[in-house]
Design a protein around this ligand. Structure first.
Ligand SMILES: Nc1ncnc2c1ncn2[C@@H]1O[C@H](COP(=O)(O)OP(=O)(O)O)[C@@H](O)[C@H]1O
Ligand SMILES: [Mg+2]
Length: 242
């Protein structure tokens, strides 16, 4: 469902070029919880932002269900992006908006009918367990609750893919566990494909059915999580496991 072929990314700056991704090939299937693990600076955020073209690849292709995102017009890309939700390490909530307003925002900009938004809000608040927080502002929420808002907002337009950029890196271990359970639940109940980048082995072990290891802008190993954990070949993965 997500096919990345020979993607390269070079950031140009006046201090010179930075090659963030050298040549990335990935095949992510419908229903996967696909983990990408690597150290800081390996290119993880760049890679996940390329999947919804928040970052444009310097070369290569990104196909979602056979549609090459790099070939779309701005308008077509905007439509295609509704199929792809995203959550972030630092939640990226609008602090001057309530929980409900944050979650409703993507539906409002998609011009969804007010009554439909209201019903959908109820459903989403219920799904992430924040029914009693709808009128609360983010400053009054714990980290885990903020991430739940982020998840509800990402699911508002019923995407088929959820991209997660270090979703639990700002959370304590107990909260991490509960957010990972929620993501697993969403994957199973809504049949949403999840791509998750992390530097936490715990995340990979807990929910990812497949895993790729990224190092210096290259995927150095990939496969079923159980297989690569049983038989790690890269230095990076051996280090994460030790
Ligand atoms: N906007 C940017 N401009 C220039 N260099 C960048 C930019 N974003 C990331 N980089 C560089 O690209 C490399 C990969 O970064 P990133 O994708 O953020 O890695 P990770 O998320 O694994 O820490 C790093 O060397 C980083 O400094
Ligand atoms: Mg990053």
């Amino acid at each position: 469902m997500i096919k990345i072929t020979d993607v390269k990314k070079v950031y140009k700056s006046k201090d010179g070029d930075v090659t963030a991704l050298k040549s990335i090939n990935l095949n992510i299937e419908q229903g996967d919880i696909y983990g990408i693990i690597g150290p800081s600076g390996a290119g993880k955020s760049t890679l996940i932002r390329i999947i919804n073209l928040l970052e444009e690849p310097s070369s290569g292709n990104v196909l979602i269900d056979g549609v090459d995102l790099t070939s779309l017009s701005k308008g077509e890309l905007r439509e295609e992006r509704k199929e792809i939700g995203m959550i972030f390490q630092n939640f990226n909530l609008m602090n001057n908006s309530t929980v409900s307003q944050n979650i409703a925002f993507p539906m409002e900009i998609s011009h969804i009918d007010k009554n439909v938004i209201k019903d959908r809000l109820d459903e989403l608040l219920d799904m992430v367990g924040l029914k009693d927080k709808e009128n609360v502002y983010p400053a009054k929420l714990s980290g885990g609750q903020k991430q739940r808002v982020g998840i509800a907002r990402a699911l508002a337009n019923k995407p088929k893919i959820l991209l997660c950029d270090e979703p639990t890196s700002a959370l304590d271990p107990v909260t991490t566990k509960s957010i990972l359970e929620l993501l697993k639940d969403i994957n199973e109940k809504l049949n949403i494909t999840i791509v998750l980048i992390t530097h936490q082995m715990e995340v990979i072990k807990t929910i990812c059915n497949k895993t790729a290891v990224i190092e210096n802008g290259l995927i150095v190993e990939e496969g079923l999580t159980q297989d690569i954990l049983a038989n790690p070949s890269s230095e990076t993965l051996k280090q994460f496991l030790s």
